[in-house]
Design a protein around this ligand. Structure first.
Ligand code: HEM
Ligand SMILES: *[C@@H]1O[C@H](CO)[C@@H](O)[C@H](O)[C@H]1NC(C)=O
Ligand SMILES: *[C@@H]1O[C@H](CO)[C@@H](O)[C@H](O)[C@H]1NC(C)=O
Length: 331
């Protein structure tokens, strides 16, 4: 029996080896079993705290999903977004995309402190965010995937990277695609990952330009359904109300599904960056049509693209560190 188990384990290792090697990056690679020996309950602990937070506030699922994205686009998925400002560090939390917008930091803190009790200095803050993004997606009704692990945490942050690398809602289609390509992501990833906007909220300030003065000629954006625009204007005035919240997907705002893509086809995407996927490029338009018609296809591609995004230049091996507190580097 023992021999048989050994044989099985051998087979498993053989079967896994090529999978692990294909994610090889400078200094190491990520793989799902990374904490199986060092912290076997890690994933269960992350899941239970995310589930509790989302039960308390549905929107937290969206906020945690977005946090992983805003981390990965700046120096890779290295938890740089979590660092607070100190003498040596200027926090990414004050960048244009994050200020008054990025949230979920307290949930990550709670997960980290539970994991530090369970297995001190073992599970990185960057991996916590990757797991929390997956768990959040599932809790909102979306697809699941196996999360490759083994990321380590940065010893620095990049405010300029946060301002420059993360697309802005009024960037052109070409600028947004270029920003994705700089991270090794393509147009398929762009369209699938934009599907995250099937959950969560946006502030008025992120799309006001479309309602009043899209191109500097005092005209609204005519690629936005005009009755939807009129509705939005009632709570997003020309001036003031910057922080007023709007759902990104007005049909099923709390459910992770493909209605986001259906909305785009009826010109009811909230952000300009959403709507340009159908108005500025035929390849992305065809992808939007496919995902609008086939929820399973969207879910399948979303999972693939999330793993790809989660693989953006991780710190592995002896690079970086395992922070004890996600908000600051170790002493
Ligand atoms: C394609 C370029 C993208 C642009 C221009 C963009 C822009 C934005 C903006 C402006 C907001 C509202 C922020 C606010 O007003 O406070 C937002 C929210 C959100 N974004 Fe994106 N985003 C993009 C891609 C993504 C990706 C790739 C993901 C995840 C993989 C994502 C996930 C989310 C989520 C879940 C929310 C709602 C967050 C919440 O309710 O707390 N976005 N995005
Ligand atoms: C995009 O929005 C920012 C912030 O509101 C603004 O400063 C900038 O002028 C806008 N860019 C374009 C091209 O409209
Ligand atoms: C619209 O934007 C243009 C250029 O950004 C600006 O010069 C103009 O004053 C704006 N018009 C209104 C009505 O705000």
């Amino acid at each position: 029996m023992a021999k048989y188990i050994h044989f099985l384990m051998g087979l498993t290792l053989l079967a896994l080896a090529p999978i692990c090697l294909c994610h090889k990056t400078y200094g190491g690679y990520l793989y799902p079993q990374f904490y199986d020996r060092s912290c076997p309950r890690a994933q269960e602990i992350v899941h239970s705290i995310v589930a509790k937070a989302v039960a308390k506030e549905t929107r937290m699922a969206a906020s945690l999903l977005r946090l992983h994205f805003h981390d990965c686009f700046v120096k890779g998925c290295d938890a740089s977004i979590l660092l607070d400002s100190t003498g040596a560090i200027t926090s990414e939390k004050r960048s244009n995309p994050n200020r008054n917008s990025a949230r979920g930091f307290e949930v990550i803190d709670e997960i980290k402190s539970a994991l530090e009790k369970e297995c001190p200095q073992t599970v990185s803050c960057a991996d916590i965010m990757a797991l929390a993004a997956r768990d959040s997606t599932v809790l909102a009704g979306g697809p699941s995937w196996v999360v490759p692990l083994g990321r380590r945490d940065s010893k620095g942050a990049s405010l300029s990277g946060s301002n420059n690398n993360i697309p802005a809602p009024n960037n052109t289609f070409q600028t947004i695609l270029t920003k994705f390509k700089l991270q090794g992501l393509d147009i398929v990833d762009l369209v699938a990952l934009s599907g995250s906007h099937t959950i969560g909220n946006s502030r008025c300030v992120s799309f006001r330009q479309r309602l009043y003065n899209q191109s500097g000629n005092s005209q609204p954006d005519f690629t936005l359904d005009q009755s939807y625009a009129a509705q939005l204007r009632t709570r997003c005035p020309r001036s003031g109300g910057d922080q007023n919240l709007f759902v990104l997907d007005f049909v099923t705002p709390k459910k992770f599904d493909n209605s986001y893509f259906k909305n785009l086809l009826s010109f009811k995407g909230l952000l300009s960056s959403d709507q340009v996927l159908v108005t500025k490029n035929t390849v992305s338009l065809e992808l939007v049509k496919k995902y609008a018609a086939d929820n399973d296809l969207f879910f399948e591609q979303f999972a693939v693209s999330m793993i790809k995004m989660g693989n953006i230049s991780p710190l592995t091996g002896s690079r970086g560190e395992i922070r004890k507190n996600c908000r600051k580097i170790n002493a």
